[in-house]
Design a protein around this ligand. Structure first.
Ligand SMILES: Cc1ncc(COP(=O)(O)O)c(C=O)c1O
Ligand SMILES: N[C@@H](CCOP(=O)(O)O)C(=O)O
Length: 466
């Protein structure tokens, strides 16, 4: 399996190199040259098997021998055995006759990011160890990626990790999950800007080749194909539990950077019979507007009660545009340059039609999500977080037919206690192992939204230069 860039002008790489590369050198994102497929009998055989077993079946199609099967199996087992607080790893919960929640928050930092990050850290460590190399990881977070990455990479000898988060725009729990980890290889940067600014700086560091090569940069955001590959697994696990491949299943995904729902699209490309893929946005609804008008247009991010979805530059949308444009890399390059220059681009007609044939979309206001949280608590006895709540609000417009709907519950409600309490009257408690989180000492550095300042900070701290 080889990987090509969405912009067509970067080296073609194998899986191990793609996992270390993060962003492609032409500014694009790596995707498999062709989609691996699983036939119906193979998908049916997943029924009743453990999460690590299914993960190996799916992920090995993307690794394609680049890492020995025995090593890959061992890393998958270690990632998903004993690290998640539920034996099923990603259990399903029924909230209505035809509506299920896929709980993705049973990992160490209580968000779906743990599912991929627990494996990605092991994969990167393995590849670096094999090469006797070190890397400097830079990542941007709107709240959850950062904590999951720090937890997965803390204390590792081969990597230093620098996480940029928007100062004052993540919840206290999210911030403390990052800033209270005091291992020497962990560096938290409270950026004076938005998540889009943070992501822009990360991409700026990757596109500054002298810096990128000197620091041996790697990325752990969903620009990294390893993240997407690991997230594909739970679509298979959930759909098979509900009767696939004999029965179609729909998914609604709370969306920001488009990585999670793109993983669903990949599962469909691989042969999983997915009926609808529904994009759920909050008030930052650039993707819902794009699905309506064909025009991707930034209007400015507004803080909401679901801060992890407060995103306008939705990185992985580029992977979908690449597919929808018939893998025409020059067109993707032109559209992305237009976005950088003017803050907007118009999808070509055929690409717009292709996207609308695969996806639906909707938005959830802060008020609608608060009402939903209250209703779900009183009617179903279920306390959902604001991000999953956005998903359910949007999903309910698509339920009622013969196809079951699965909404991704992407975070534990205790990550957003104030918003969940304001909506439901109940303050969700952190699990016992995080009981003293609010008392632990914090360490972070506040930096301006300035590439040179961030690069200087990374250069001063990175052990790769020692
Ligand atoms: C809790 C939560 N839900 C949903 C999302 C959106 O996921 P994605 O960025 O993959 O679209 C995020 C951030 O990524 C998140 O942290
Ligand atoms: N919501 C995310 C934003 C980054 O997304 P990623 O999946 O590209 O890492 C976060 O919580 O940080």
């Amino acid at each position: 399996m080889r990987y090509v860039s969405t912009r067509g002008n970067a080296p073609v790489l194998g899986f191990s190199d793609v996992v270390l590369a993060g962003l492609a050198r032409d500014g694009g994102l790596y995707v498999p040259e062709t989609w691996p497929t699983l036939d119906a009998a193979t998908i049916a055989s997943f029924a009743g098997r453990s999460y690590p077993d299914v993960a190996f079946e799916v992920i090995s199609r993307f690794v394609d021998g680049d890492i020995a099967d025995a090593d890959l199996k061992a890393m998958i087992d270690a990632a998903y055995t004993g690290t998640f607080r539920h034996p099923a790893v990603t259990p399903l919960v029924q909230i209505a006759p035809d509506h299920f929640l896929l709980e993705l928050f049973h990992g160490p930092t209580l968000a779906f990011k743990d599912v991929a990050m627990q494996l990605l850290a092991r994969l990167m460590d393995h590849v670096l160890g094999r090469r006797g190399a070190r890397a400097t990881i830079v990542g941007a977070t709107s709240g959850d990626t950062g904590g999951a990455a720090i937890e997965a990479f803390r204390g590792r000898d081969n990597t230093d990790i620098f996480i940029l988060f928007p100062d004052g725009r993540v919840s206290d729990v999210q911030r403390r999950q990052m800033t209270t980890v005091l291992d020497a290889n962990v560096h938290c940067i409270a950026l004076q800007g938005t998540f889009d600014d943070a992501q822009g700086l990360v991409k700026g560091m990757f596109n500054h080749f002298a810096f990128r090569d000197e620091l041996r940069l790697s990325g752990v955001n969903s620009i990294n194909w390893g993240r997407i590959a690991a997230q594909v697994v739970y679509y298979f696990v959930a759909a098979v539990a509900l009767g696939a491949p004999a029965r179609k299943v729909s998914f609604t995904v709370p969306t920001g950077n488009f990585g999670d729902i793109f993983a669903g699209y990949v599962a469909k490309k691989m042969g999983l019979p997915i009926d609808r893929l529904v994009i759920a946005t909050n008030v930052n609804d650039i993707l819902a507007r794009t699905l309506e008008t064909g025009r991707y247009e930034a209007t400015g991010v507004v803080p909401s009660t679901s801060p992890s979805m407060d995103i306008e530059v939705s990185s992985n949308f580029e992977r979908l545009v690449f597919e929808a444009c018939g893998r025409d890399a020059p067109t993707v390059t032109r559209l992305m340059q237009t976005l950088t220059q003017s803050g907007a681009f118009a999808l070509p007609d055929a690409a717009f039609a292709a996207i609308r044939s695969e996806f639906a979309a909707g938005r959830a206001s802060v008020e609608a999500t608060a009402a939903l949280i209250r209703r779900l608590r009183s009617e179903a006895g279920y306390l959902i977080d604001t991000h999953g709540g956005n998903g359910v609000v949007v999903a309910e417009a698509f339920t009622g037919g013969p196809v079951p709907m699965v909404t991704l519950a992407t975070a534990h409600p205790a990550k957003f206690p104030d918003a969940v309490q304001a909506a439901s009257g109940e303050r969700p408690a952190l699990p016992a192992f995080l009981g003293d989180l609010m008392e632990r000492p914090e360490r972070m550095t506040v930096l301006a939204n300035d590439l040179a300042a961030v690069e200087a900070f990374v250069r001063r701290r990175a052990r790769v230069l020692a």
